[in-house]
Design a protein around this ligand. Sequence first.
Ligand code: ADP
Ligand code: ZN
Length: 227
Amino acid sequence: MASSSQARCVFLGAPGAGKGTQAKRVAQGSGLTHLSTGDLLREEVKSGSELGVEAKGYMDAGKLVPDQLIIDMVKARIGGGDSAIGESGLLAASGWILDGFPRTLPQAEALDVNLSGDNALTHVISFAVPEEVLMGRLTGRRTCLNCGAIWHVEHKPTSKEGVCDQCGGELTQRSDDCNEAIGKRLEVYRSQTTPLLAYYGDRGVLKEVDANRSPDVVFQELLTHMQ
Ligand code: ADP
Ligand code: ZN
């Protein structure tokens, strides 16, 4: 995927659509920097930072964290120094994938202000999955506390229940992967995030991927879009 080294991508999709799994995989194979706002927020929650304390209530209820908090957090990663993504932020990286951001029109507009001209987005990929499939994917999802690997009790079980096959770490269920929060997250996706499909569609950078297929098949298709 040599030509994708300059790719500046947004992965859009409902909770459970698989964008995080695929973003990790594409980043690993291509050297693109992967930035997940959900992962960043969970790190903030874990560290007990001011942002983490404020964000946790929204996240557990399946609501979006307010735009300004998210925009400030992402902005710091785009231009500022951050050891997680190299010395000078995303703009200095050779290419990257945003996963879980933007999720609202104000977030998309804020991103455009920071990424104009030579830094404009090159790919926006929408992961399409029917809602009834999403529900099952989310309730069965388990994450490794140690390495972050994502498993599923039915579709991708570990050989020993509750233990990561990759590193032996303990598996956990995300606090927002309970039925109540999942319903809210899907509703929020419908009302706040789907307008972005038209926003990017009008610009001609949007590609839709049928993500109701096996992770390997989806990955292969992604590679063709990112050439
Ligand atoms: P998912 O896409 O499966 O819901 P994420 O890990 O991307 O999971 O996000 C988890 C939660 O973090 C969201 O439900 C929301 O509360 C918060 N969050 C993540 N990204 C954003 C964002 N761009 N804007 C607002 N809230 C966000
Ligand atoms: Zn692990």
